[in-house]
Design a protein around this ligand. Sequence first.
Ligand SMILES: Nc1ncnc2c1ncn2[C@@H]1O[C@H](COP(=O)(O)OP(=O)(O)O[C@H]2O[C@H](CO)[C@@H](O)[C@H](O)[C@H]2O)[C@@H](O)[C@H]1O
Length: 491
Amino acid sequence: MYIVHIASECAPVIKAGGLGDVVYGLSRELEIRGHCVEIILPMYDCMRYDQIWGLHEAYRDLWVPWYGSTIHCTVFCGWVHGRLCFFIQPHSGDNFFNRGHYYGALDDHMRFAFFSKAALEFLLVSNKRPDIIHCHDWQTGLVPVMLFEIYKWHGMWNQRVCYTIHNFKHQGIAGVDVLWATGLNNEPYYFSYDRLRDNFNDTAINFMKGGIVYSNFVNTVSPHHAWEARYSEVGCGLGHTLEIHHHKFGGILNGIDYNIWNPELDNYIPYHYSVDNFEEKAKNKKALRERLLLRDADKPLVCYIGRLDDQKGVHLVHHSIYYSLNRGAQFVLLGSPTESAIGSWFWHEKCHLNDNPDCHLELGFNEELAHLIYAGADIIVVPSNYEPCGLTQMIGLKYGTIPIVRGVGGLLNTVFDYDYDELHLPEERNGYVFFQPDNHALESALGRALELWYTSPKEFRQLAMQGMAYDYSWNHPGEKYLGVYEHIRHK
Ligand SMILES: Nc1ncnc2c1ncn2[C@@H]1O[C@H](COP(=O)(O)OP(=O)(O)O[C@H]2O[C@H](CO)[C@@H](O)[C@H](O)[C@H]2O)[C@@H](O)[C@H]1O
């Protein structure tokens, strides 16, 4: 099959969070299985150019229709760790992708509507006719709308779209001017409730809703979150739309790329290890302490890695720092704040804890340090308010770092409580789960993990190794996506 991903991220060249990991990891898996995969991305000024090999001009004069006129673009092409990627660079005063950041501009809806249009225009004029176009999140929600309303009539008859929602919180809410910009000129037709009109804001269109309505298959990234999105508030107002389109909606659990996230191969960690030489993990803990100037003592080390966003349960992340320190443990946080208020809060905490030899807060994005923390920590906390899938608990498991998670979304599908899980045998359990979003609940789970570390180190080690035995690679999810592609291809 010929598959084209259209996305706003692909790790490691463009990565703000888990979306980048998924686009890269799934593409690699599909290629290993013999399919032809290409990835279309925006050409951001701030992406990691050092991660692209053989970058060259692939299509010089791409003229993209925009507001009844056109914007001139150049398409570049290069390999990102073996994946063939096309980067769209517009030349216009809007400077859509020259902002020094990936997201967070006031005109994000215009930037990504343009990107979606340009990606389709590129496929059209370069005569690329993939069997499957796979789109991700709100940024590319308009791709299936424009494909089936415009590009289909220009010869793209046979393309089918799989649309993956990684986060319902950001949906791409915009004014109707986007319709005029993108050539979806029939406003009364598109601005109706069964197409793009937002379910709750009746003056706005919703990109993600468009993606759901028009795609041939829609999924989110775990079975439990697919259920939550339909039946609870985490669908963020799209539950009814999902209900209407339930026949083409499902949940497919993410994988992680064991070529990148693997303590046996990881180039960013000083000591490689597996279940066969698990004692080497302790050397990474020492290296992490040295790197962050933490005291070298006989203490458990708890970590958090992720965006610092309301989604991630920041109040519980904050509480887990102080709870761990009070219980005699060390704590390392690597977090990228997504809002200035959260950023200021954690900067304040960082200054406050600056001289504490048992704690280090690192604010910002640091891929290399993330690998060392996964390898060096004993416990990772993921106390999310909601979590479509969650990759950090799966990476933690692979590195023998026991996850403490809140029982929501994909966390519930991947972590099984050591003491209380009734669906798994004791030797199949791999972490600790709590349910209520409060300090007491977090303490009940983190407290049990720390207790095990202090009182039964052998059992703790055994639990960590049980986690390492899980297969959360792209093998199963890859098979599932291929099943979906085959299914929609013949419709
Ligand atoms: N400051 C930092 N420095 C270095 N690395 C950092 C970092 N912050 C995060 N990362 C890395 O980014 C990834 C984050 O994975 P998450 O599952 O938490 O994704 P996120 O919530 O962004 O994405 C959404 O999409 C993914 C993919 O579908 C879903 O798993 C998830 O539930 C959904 O919210 C991990 O690889 C992590 O190591």
